[in-house]
Design a protein around this ligand. Structure first.
Ligand SMILES: *Cc1c(COP(=O)(O)O)cnc(C)c1O
Length: 453
């Protein structure tokens, strides 16, 4: 059965998954629980529900149910931009002269420009269902804030975004997209919160950080009746929602009887990778199939490859629960890499456990080589990729080149998580030859790791 494979494998609307897949149900070694930062005991549902929506707390703690039904309202929203195409990169293969078959799952086909909308809409839905007035969050580069403001507009929820001050000033376009969707966007640190005022008093003129914005968003959520805090990556619930990426990719492959040999994705907090690999990892965990799975992280923020597997804080303010993960230490401040979405010191607890148990590999890529791959891809395949996504492109191209040397016809799947229209300052730096590759020294890493709780 050698059916001609089209450039784009589209599914029908009715093929949008009806359930999310929860990898934890098939893991023998479950990810370690979140700990209360005060008592160091596992966080209970009751403790978590002061910060997060109730239904999302249930999903966060559920490590036994393999399939969790996607509510119809969320599926209806997914219909506006899903199923996302699985693209056969024929042009890239030809240009590379490789016998490898390269596919990518493209998640940049919505206004927010990334996969983050898949979880934003789910989180907004559960907040609405709980009768809340609104949600708070932080955003760095702005992709998550944009996705969440779109989702909140759809369900008519208030959305308060704390945006790291330096991005607020440097990325006015992202900010205005969020405001257009009705979100209020506050540069962080701000005078609005106690923690913000404290940080401003201690560090006047600071341009902020993600950790600080998280602390402000959590404070506003917990001090205002009818508000909860939502997060765009790292958490189990986010990986669960992102499993639509992998489920659709697998369904598209199944239509043509294709099995990928390797699956490649960039890893910031781990949500797109966790979602892309979900059903494939499920088969691997159940011993039904084998796949090579590769996480790609920036050389400037190498959590998997140079971090420690240990309990750590998720935020710099140290108010959030402790998570056991591959971490560089919550005090680690990565160099100003242009892949803003990959600048997190930790990693999903689920992916951390899988990596620890040898179910997946991790590699790093340097910034300039990532942008070289981005430019190559843009010219050949036509899509202007996000710098984050380009980490996966870089390694997919490397693997395809290896196939050229060995003559192996491997099938490669990678996640193209988003588009790079708001990252043109980074492209400008690259085009001007002004981009550098900062790689932290062992001493720098040791410094932050020595302060792990
Ligand atoms: C946020 C983001 C990422 C990284 O986040 P994960 O949670 O690791 O998936 C990757 N690509 C894009 C386009 C993003 O916006």
């Amino acid at each position: 059965m050698s059916k001609e494979i089209p450039y784009k494998i589209y599914l029908d609307e009715k093929d949008i998954p009806s359930s999310w897949y929860n990898m934890r149900a098939d893991m023998k070694n479950k990810p370690a629980p979140l700990l209360n930062p005060g008592t160091r005991q596992p966080m209970t549902a009751q403790e978590l529900s002061g910060v997060f929506c109730e239904e999302l707390v249930k999903q966060e703690l559920d490590e036994t149910t393999p399939y969790i039904e996607i509510p119809q309202e969320i599926r209806d929203f997914y219909k506006m931009y899903r199923p996302a195409p699985l693209v056969r990169a024929y042009c890239l293969e030809k240009k590379l002269g490789t016998p490898a078959k390269i596919y990518y799952k493209f998640e940049g086909n919505n206004t927010s420009g990334s996969h983050k909308l898949n979880s934003a809409i789910a989180q907004a839905y559960y907040a609405k269902k709980q009768g809340l007035k609104g949600v708070t969050t932080e955003t760095g580069a702005g992709q998550w804030g944009t996705a969440l403001s779109m989702a909140c507009a759809y369900f008519e929820l208030d959305c308060k975004v704390f945006m790291v001050k330096v991005s607020y000033e440097q990325k006015p376009f992202r900010r205005e997209v969020m405001r257009t969707y009705g979100a209020s966007v506050t540069p962080s640190p701000s005078e609005m919160t106690e923690v913000g005022r404290k940080i401003l008093a201690e560090h006047p003129g600071t341009t902020g950080s993600l950790g600080c914005a998280i602390s402000e968003a959590v404070e506003v959520a917990t001090h205002n009746e009818g508000y909860r805090y939502v997060l765009g990556s790292v958490l189990n619930q986010v990986l669960l929602h992102q499993s639509v990426i992998g489920l659709e990719a697998k369904a598209a492959f199944d239509k043509y009887g294709i099995k990928p040999d390797m699956i490649i994705g960039c890893a910031g907090g781990g949500s797109n990778l966790g979602g892309l690999i979900a059903p494939f990892m499920g088969e691997k965990l159940r011993g039904e199939a084998d796949y090579r799975i590769i996480a790609v992280e920036p050389a400037s923020c190498p959590s998997f490859t140079r971090g420690k597997y240990a309990y750590d804080f998720c935020d710099t303010g140290m108010i959030c629960p402790l998570a056991k993960m591959y971490t560089l230490g919550s005090s680690f401040i990565p160099a100003p890499n242009h892949a803003g979405g990959l600048r997190f010191h930790g990693m999903s607890t689920t992916l951390s456990q899988l990596y620890h148990d040898g179910y997946m590999e991790a590699v790093t890529a340097k910034q300039t080589e990532v942008f070289e791959a981005a430019e190559y891809f843009a010219r050949v395949e036509g899509i202007l990729p996000a710098p984050e996504s380009s980490h996966a492109i870089k390694v997919a191209i490397d693997e395809a080149k290896k196939c050229k040397e060995t003559g192996e016809e491997k099938t490669i799947l990678f996640g193209l998580t988003g588009t790079g229209y708001f990252d043109l300052v980074a492209y400008e730096k690259f085009n001007n030859g002004e981009m550098d590759d900062y790689i932290p020294t062992d001493a720098e890493l040791e410094e932050a790791l020595s302060r792990l709780p």
